[in-house]
Ligand binder design. Structure first.
Ligand SMILES: *Cc1c(COP(=O)(O)O)cnc(C)c1O
Length: 448
């Protein structure tokens, strides 16, 4: 993906002139560099110049599923129905979910995207309503918003948290704003006190996108338990998974009872017959629930290890002047779906691509940035081409949103200067110490 980066950026700039201007103003690492032409210092011991690698330990490997999943699937095969409604696997998954995130109403569903769509539908988000969220996230965060004919409004992010900046969220609140989707990017909890206070003050619904945040804690409380609705993903890349799946949950008596029907064609299965609302089919079947329920037994072990490794990395690089480590509140537990640090562009003689190249040569598991561009920079947003090339809510005059003019300068700068470090639970502390040593070695060499 990194190799395509310059091409995609060029294509993107051609399609959306000026979007990256803000990145340049805030000091893009890609541009301010002199490193491309800088000759290596003769005393260089960087691996990229032929020196010894800083990382010699192995990242390890871990079998993601085994006996526990097999047993659960075997017991499932004794059933004569694999349908979710009153299914034993779905019940078990729900109970285990509630041990992790104690919410009264829980609906299993087919993906994190589905969970988010169910949440916004249950919250009554509809035609022309505005939903404020992060532009640096999986597109699944806003697919449901757009399908509800509502308008995603992207707000800017904290420079080191990569999460919503509550002050910028407040600036973007209008009389049409109905909800905030707080994305806990990488499993680092958002500033939920500030966002909840905003939501309360402006009568907004707070939806937590916990897709990357299984097992995270906000001030000691389980992630997902602070907002009005919580959405989780069980997609293959997430901390725990059944290939594809999701969970949406709520304690709120206004929304919780609606989750089931918005995940299941608009019908309430507790009553007989009839459809009083409209929804698609987002059901999760029993085989997925069986695997997900088994996976949940490993959650604490997985996320405790990731939290330990991510925090260790921060401790070992936080004195490096030119780098901004991943910023986590000391009372929170981040679960590092990945780790991200940022380069201060003027602190180095090289650009990000050279920095990443040098780190990779050292054996560190890094890559530049995260998604290629903020969501509003994607062609479908730039062209407002959501429904057969059209966007009814704009054509009807119910929004003046123009994504080609939308700007979140910090978010753009984050994607330009961020360096992603892969963290997995199979890594040892020794491995992370070596990754930290690689970062130290490379940043010392390239220090301006
Ligand atoms: C993965 C992800 C989603 C979407 O989940 P799917 O299960 O892939 O649909 C939504 N939001 C975030 C932050 C994610 O990482």
């Amino acid at each position: 993906m990194d190799g395509e980066k310059s091409v995609s950026r060029r294509e993107f700039v051609a399609g959306a002139s000026g979007l990256l201007l803000a990145g340049a103003i805030s000091g893009s690492a890609e541009r301010s560099s002199a490193g491309e032409n800088a000759a290596p210092k003769p005393e260089s011991d960087l691996a990229v110049h032929g020196g010894a690698k800083a990382v010699t330990d192995s990242a390890g490997s871990r079998k993601r599923w085994g006996e526990t999943e097999l047993k659960q699937l075997q017991s499932m095969l004794e059933q004569d129905s694999l349908f979710y409604w009153q299914g034993p696997q779905t019940k078990l998954l729900t109970e285990r979910f509630q041990q992790v995130c104690p919410l009264k109403y829980v609906q299993t569903c087919s993906s994190g995207t589905a969970a988010l769509h169910i949440a916004v539908a249950a919250a009554g988000i509809g035609l022309g309503d505005e939903v404020i969220t992060s532009p640096v996230t999986d597109i699944g965060s806003v697919i449901g918003v757009i399908y509800q004919q509502a308008v995603p409004v992207f707000a800017d992010l904290g420079a080191g948290t990569f999460n919503l900046d509550a002050a910028d969220v407040e600036r973007r609140i209008t009389p049409k704003t109905k909800a905030i989707i707080a994305v806990h990017l990488t499993g680092n909890p958002c500033d939920l006190d500030a966002l909840k206070a905003l939501a309360d003050r402006h009568n907004l619904i707070l939806i937590e996108d916990c897709a990357q945040a299984w097992g995270a804690r906000y001030r000691g409380k389980p992630i997902g338990s602070i907002g009005h609705l919580a959405c989780f993903s069980l997609q293959n890349s997430k901390h725990i998974t059944c290939g594809d799946g999701g969970v949406v949950a709520s304690n709120d008596e206004r929304f919780g009872p609606l989750l089931q029907k918005f995940g299941d064609k608009g019908g309430d299965r507790r009553k007989w017959g009839g459809f009083d609302s409209f929804a698609t089919n987002y059901r999760m079947s029993e085989p997925q629930a069986a695997v997900a329920a088994a996976q949940l037994t490993q959650l604490e072990e997985i996320v405790a290890k990731r939290a330990l490794l991510g925090n260790l990395l921060t401790a070992k690089i936080s004195d490096l002047r030119g780098l901004i480590p991943h910023q986590v509140h000391p009372e929170d537990r981040a679960v590092y779906w990945f780790y991200m640090l940022r380069m201060r562009p003027d602190a180095f003689r090289c650009n990000r691509s050279d920095f990443v190249k040098a780190l990779t040569a050292e054996g560190a598991p890094v890559s530049g940035g995260y998604i290629k561009v903020p969501l509003y920079g994607e062609p479908v947003f730039q062209k407002h081409g959501f429904f057969a090339g059209r966007w009814p809510v704009k054509e009807m005059g119910l929004t003046t949103m123009d994504f080609s003019k939308h700007r979140c300068p910090e978010a753009e700068a984050i994607l330009e200067t961020g360096i992603r470090v892969m963290i997995t639970e199979s890594m040892s502390e020794q491995y992370i110490l070596e990754v930290a040593a690689a970062i130290r070695k490379v940043s010392k060499y390239y220090a301006a």
